[in-house]
Design a protein around this ligand. Sequence first.
Ligand code: AQP
Length: 328
Amino acid sequence: MKKVLSGIQPSGSLTLGNYIGAMKNFVKLQHESQCYFMVVDLHAITVPQEPAALREQSEAVASLFVAAGIDPSSSNVFLQSHVPEHAELGWLMTTLVHMGELERMTQFKDKSAGKESVGAGLFTYPALMAADILLYNADLVPVGDDQKQHLELTRDLAARFNHRFGEYFTIPEPYIPEVGARIMSLDDASKKMSKSSPVEGSYIKLLDSPDQIRKKISRATTDSGTEVVYDPKAKPEISNLMSIYSECAGVSLREVQDRFEGKMYGAFKKELGEVVVAALEPLQTRYFEIRQTGEIHDILARGREQARQTAAATLRDVKEKMGFLAPK
Ligand code: AQP
């Protein structure tokens, strides 16, 4: 059985981009694989987080995993900080990665651009991400397109370790959706939709109310012209909205285009609003139930126990291979 691992940062309220690019595939892969789905809170603190908000968002993200359809009786749902082996293997990976490799990471360049001071953790983030994946010897990592470069670095680090210390790590493969791998901002299709964007109208939160969703979509920027045609180069804004439609309604881009042939942007956006509201409605209902029952705490405790068993065994092997003297 293949092993699948992925994580989402509790660095804000999850967006439709996180859902389409990553979480939908978590749900899809769970029945055919052994899955580890993490709330990567240690990653979230690579940019400043307010402690109360971090706690709340961590619980919210874990609850959203389950609300989106992850079955916690077959998948491990846990918090990264509950399994200390992540931080320890993260350090070991930091000693394997090269400065030049980290300097090439576009996420670091984007997130540090224009900042007066940047935490070192933001720079070494990919080493911790490699540790997350390698601790469980994951075969597949469902992620959006923005994480592809980090995953390539994980593959390089796994190969480097195997070469230096003997074959051990599985070289993981990315699992990236064909449509929706990079959902763009509603106000500017040259930027990725991001949960930590300061512009509220640029993203749809999974927990936005139906009216908020309709309003954000009706205000989304559109390209010049009137035709609903999928052409990411010439019509990036409308193509982005068409990808959202396709993913939320479960129809192909071709079908979306045919459905709106001869209709104007306004009619398309109106229907898109309803499609997104309908797609998120069951997830939202289930989310509020989960928060009310408090069941997520038991789910996280079970996930932590199972994850720790695997993580501890991997870390023991890795330390032995690297030459650490084992305690007697
Ligand atoms: N816009 C997006 N389209 C498709 N997939 C996306 N993902 C993120 N944004 C999009 C995917 O969601 C997963 C979780 O991402 P993350 O929380 O680890 O951080 P991120 O990739 O940096 O996502 P955000 O929303 O932009 O977070 P912030 O603003 O905190 O940096 C990943 O699989 C990612 O590819």
